[in-house]
Write a protein that binds this ligand. Structure first.
Ligand code: BGC
Length: 812
């Protein structure tokens, strides 16, 4: 132990209380021993430090900070150097605002395009997600602030996010859902990690020994702190046994009492408690030490400029027919779309930042050499039809050389706590686009949105520039590209299928009742489309440039590849060179291609560079479920280099010695996994893959403490069903208004037990059991527990506080 001396002085009560939050964002200090507290803040693309009282979804005002493009956006840059610069800026702002732990980056896998938080996550590919996360983590931590990659793990849906069980096989877990975290921990050196809300194969992530002990600590050598997601702890004693260090946000002293009781009755070893305290103490002491090294400025203008450069480097040019872009100087343009006036630049939820400054296309366009002949909002962002706006837009469109149409996903589509139900843009936006196309066929679509969408309307646009959610300086960045000042170099970090029905998890997402069954296994995103030859609108890795690049002279040795890339066009620009690996006729089923390396390279017109992409320990590996370790299959691998997963320019073969002596599967029992046609995997085949039967996820009978409020529709108590109805009505009305009410969504999805974790000691677990009794129709019995529990809780809280302030408690 690093801090044995301090730990020896601590009472058991102090140790137990130390392991949970004091307020919404901070930990408990122990002044008697000179132990200070640390302060955490969201979030991944800006600092959301609340000035007054904290509420974790950010309804209360937060202090201004730079709103960088979200992770889904920056992933399109494929630029680790840029990620590091953003990380450094985030670290500087965190330090300036006295924040010691920054709750990000988020690197869950974009399993389905519909996950409500996809805008906060990097990619459908774990390698790219991991590498980008590393760059943020290194940047943030270089400023003396801990990064806290989240949400560990398999947290790819929002529906009942706090109470659902992700069911998947070990290989899929390792290869798809953990690899990004592995890279973040091993290469990024993350000092903190946030456990996710959900269960993984029946055990809450925060108390999952396999995830937190076997993999995170033992295999990856993580020696930092594990922090629960807000309200995500189920049983803190089990959390401590799994070496989860900090329960957030405000469970009061109830969890601490449970820990003390568990050490007294022997169900929790003192050694486990001490280890957890030691990790957290180390973080608190190191972070407070770093804080002393002096205050830093917010550097508002520098960071705004960086946000702009980042948005420009990340925007993806999807289409550019007849080279309509870049726009000609002096051309007559009509600017149409509500997003030109009020941009969509970030998603809703805990990551929402109050920007220091906000650019809009409406204002920024005046700084460019265009003849702006008119501007119209064109459509209502809440989806209703508006004939006068539509007429106004069509009138100005008719007179323009080019129409800039600013549109995309609306606010309700990208919300923490709620998944989308389809992949389309709002119908009124598409109808207006089609109407404009009737009067002017020179339309340049400027898209906003942090997740994949269906684009059947692409034929209405001559060009499409996708800015994703481009942060506070996105408008200037888009105009820099449209005007040709900057050559676009973003490449998609996710696939754009033709229609939602084509996606691999279509049948399995979000979840049936309790279980989210990951039946598609390793075939996520392009791993499925590419293997099965499913045509997509825009493939993973795709993006156009105003110049062109040629690839030649591919050389391969044991260490990696070298390839000569030349800018053959007449403009300077950057290319993202991508390396994919495949093993035709593999004995262990696998996708046709997997990304195993990339490099972004800037080339002047006519310039060539020899690009080196190294192999690493992930290049040829697969997870063998028979031997329970990473193995390499022997064979002749294809090393493919290209500009997207569907645009492979050069291929060479490489003989690789394998490690496998025992093969994990019998192909006859997994026929569909062997073909990749996984949209309708039978129970039997899924069970073969899992290696056990599918757990029963049916809801029935009485509700338990882990069931969510939104399940009360089958509660025995009329009162509970009535409350459910009120909440559901309010949620529906709110959705119709088009402005997400985050707290309502949170309440809707919250499991009963989490009430005790987020009420600052007002509610304890025995009261929660009372509430559940009431919900199950045992009103008097339940109310008895709630009322009795309430008074008992106040008394125990006081008694515990007294012990804490006296410093006289149980000794080891
Ligand atoms: C989110 C986390 C966030 C935390 C604190 C949770 O609801 O899932 O990503 O860091 O709240 O705001």
């Amino acid at each position: 132990m690093k801090h044995q001396e301090i730990i020896e002085k601590m009472t058991v009560e102090e140790k137990a209380a130390f392991l949970s939050g004091k307020g919404e964002w901070d930990t408990r200090a122990i002044p008697r021993l000179g132990i200070p507290s640390i302060y955490c803040s969201d979030g991944p693309h800006g600092i959301r430090k609340q000035a007054g009282s904290g509420d974790h979804l950010g309804l209360n005002e937060s202090l201004p900070s730079t709103c960088f493009p979200t992770a889904a956006t920056i992933a399109n840059s494929w630029d680790e150097k840029l990620g590091k610069e953003i990380g450094e800026a985030l670290g500087e702002e965190a330090a300036a605002l006295d924040v010691q732990v920054l709750l990000g980056p988020g690197l869950n896998i974009k399993r389905s395009p519909l996950c409500g938080r996809n805008f906060e996550y990097f990619s459908e590919d774990p390698y790219l997600a991991g590498k980008m996360a590393v760059s943020y983590i290194r940047g943030i931590q270089s400023k003396g602030v801990y990064a806290c990659p989240k949400h560990f793990a398999v947290n790819s849906q929002e529906l009942r996010r706090m109470a659902m069980n992700s069911v998947l096989d070990e290989r899929t877990l390792r290869e798809i859902y953990l690899t990004g975290f592995e890279i973040a921990v091993k290469e990024g050196g993350a000092r903190a990690i946030m456990s996710s809300y959900n269960q993984v194969n029946g055990t809450y992530a925060n108390e999952n020994q396999h995830l937190l002990q076997d993999i995170l600590r033992r295999e990856w050598g993580f020696d930092g702190i594990v922090i629960t997601d807000w309200g995500g702890s189920n049983d803190h004693v089990k959390g401590v046994q799994a070496r989860s260090n900090l329960e957030m946000p405000t469970p009061g002293l109830d969890s601490a009492r449970q820990i003390v009781a568990a050490t007294t009755n022997g169900s929790l070893l003192m050694e486990d408690l001490n280890n957890c305290v030691d990790d957290l103490l180390d973080a608190v002491l190191v972070l407070n030490d770093k804080c002393k090294s002096g205050k830093v400025d917010l550097k508002e203008q520098d960071h705004h400029d960086l946000a702009r450069r980042a948005a420009a480097e990340s925007a993806v040019l999807l289409k550019n027919t007849e080279n309509i872009l870049p726009l000609k100087a002096g051309c007559k343009i009509a600017v149409i779309g509500d997003f030109a006036v009020e941009p969509r630049y970030q998603g809703a939820g805990s990551s929402m930042v109050k920007p220091t400054f906000m650019e809009t296309i409406e204002k920024a366009v005046m700084n460019y050499n265009f003849n702006v002949i008119g501007l119209s909002r064109g459509y209502k962002r809440t989806g209703e039809a508006d004939d006068s706006l539509r007429k106004e837009a069509i009138d100005i469109a008719g007179d323009a050389d080019v129409v800039l149409y600013c549109f995309g996903l609306d606010e309700m589509s990208e919300v923490e706590g709620m998944d989308r139900i389809h992949m389309r843009l709002p119908q009124n936006q598409i109808e207006l686009l089609q109407a404009i196309a009737q009067v002017n066929d020179k339309i340049v679509g400027v898209l906003s949105g942090g997740a994949s969408i269906e684009i059947p309307w692409h034929i209405c646009c001559k060009a499409i520039l996708h800015g994703y959610l481009s942060g506070q300086a996105g408008a200037g960045a888009m105009l820099d590209i449209l005007s040709g000042k900057i050559n676009p170099s973003g490449r998609l970090a996710e696939s754009y299928p033709v229609r939602y029905e084509d996606t691999p998890a279509f049948k399995y997402f979000p979840s049936t009742e309790r279980n989210a069954e990951y039946r598609e296994s390793i075939y996520v995103g392009y791993r499925y489309f590419d293997t099965c030859g499913v045509h997509v609108q825009y493939p993973f890795g795709f993006g156009l440039s105003y110049t062109e690049f040629s690839y030649s002279d591919l050389r391969i040795d044991e260490q990696g590849i070298r390839v000569l890339v030349t800018n053959t066009g007449d403009r300077d620009g950057a290319e993202v060179v991508q390396m994919y690996i495949g093993l035709p006729n593999a004995i262990v089923f696998r996708p046709a291609k997997e990304l195993k390396g990339f490099s972004k390279v800037f080339l002047k017109s006519g310039e060539s560079k020899d690009v080196h992409i190294p192999f690493d320990d992930k290049t040829f590996r697969y997870w063998n479920v028979k031997t329970d370790k990473w193995e390499v299959e022997k064979g002749t691998y294809q090393i493919m280099v290209g500009a997207s997963v569907s645009d492979i320019r050069l291929v060479k073969e490489l003989e690789v010695e394998g490690t496998t002596s025992e093969y994990p599967y019998n192909p006859a029992n997994l026929p569909y996994y062997y073909t990749g046609i996984i949209q309708q995997i039978s129970d039997q085949e899924f069970e073969t893959l899992l290696g056990h039967s599918i757990p029963d996820g049916k809801w029935s009978g009485e509700l338990g403490i882990n069931d969510a409020v939104c399940q009360m529709y089958y509660a025995k108590s009329r009162l509970a069903r009535f409350i459910y109805k009120i909440l559901t009505d309010r949620k529906r009305k709110n959705e119709e208004k088009g402005k997400p009410d985050l707290n309502l969504l949170f309440q809707y999805n919250i499991p009963f037990r989490a009430i005790a974790k987020m009420t600052g000691g007002m509610v304890n677990m025995s009261m929660v059991y009372g509430i559940v009794d009431v919900v199950n129709g045992h009103f008097l019995h339940g109310m008895g527990k709630v009322i009795g529990g309430f008074f008992a809780n106040i008394k125990s809280n006081r008694a515990y506080e007294k012990i804490l302030s006296s410093g006289k408690g149980l000794k080891e």
